[in-house]
Ligand binder design. Structure first.
Ligand SMILES: [Fe+2]
Ligand SMILES: [Fe+2]
Length: 159
């Protein structure tokens, strides 16, 4: 594996754990607003992010790489007004969009390395769904802020 691809994958482990932490943080905020289904939905998404991080970890582990994991960024602060929820949903969507870009970068950087390139391609494909749920969440909350109630949106996430 080239040095640059190794560095990008290493950074991506931190990013995926960053997603995990972002969604857990957002779940706690939704709970504070009584939006329990949305909170549960985001906790599930956070579990998926941990799986993503571990997949990348395993990919490097198999090749016996040293894997120091970056500290993860923090994204959101607490706030109790309704409009903050829209900011949070937008942050989630923008974050997924950014993650897609990072996987595209990894895919591009690994073109000469078929095994890692296939690995990156799977993530690029998966990001289509990731961006979709994040966009839907954002749009639903946007509509709810001045339309129907947020509890209606919460009901849409009931399992
Ligand atoms: Fe992810
Ligand atoms: Fe994601």
């Amino acid at each position: 594996m080239s040095e640059s691809v190794y560095a990008l994958l290493l950074k991506q482990i931190g990013n995926e754990f960053g997603s995990q932490n972002l969604y857990l943080t957002c779940a706690s905020i939704f709970r504070q607003h009584g939006l329990y289904n949305l909170a549960a939905f985001l906790i599930k998404r956070s579990e998926e992010e941990r799986k993503h991080a571990m997949k990348v970890f395993e990919h490097l582990k198999e090749a016996n790489y040293y894997i120091p994991i970056d500290s993860v960024p923090t994204f959101v602060t607490a706030g109790m007004d309704k409009s903050r929820l829209l900011d949070i949903a937008r942050t989630v969507f923008e974050h997924e969009h950014d993650v897609s870009q990072r996987w595209l970068d990894i895919e591009l950087a690994s073109r000469e390395e078929p095994y890692t390139n296939m690995f990156a391609q799977d993530f690029v494909d998966e990001q289509v769904e990731e961006e979709e749920w994040a966009y839907q969440l954002y749009r639903r909350i946007e509509l709810a802020v001045d339309g129907p109630s947020l509890l209606t949106v919460d009901g849409q996430y009931k399992e």
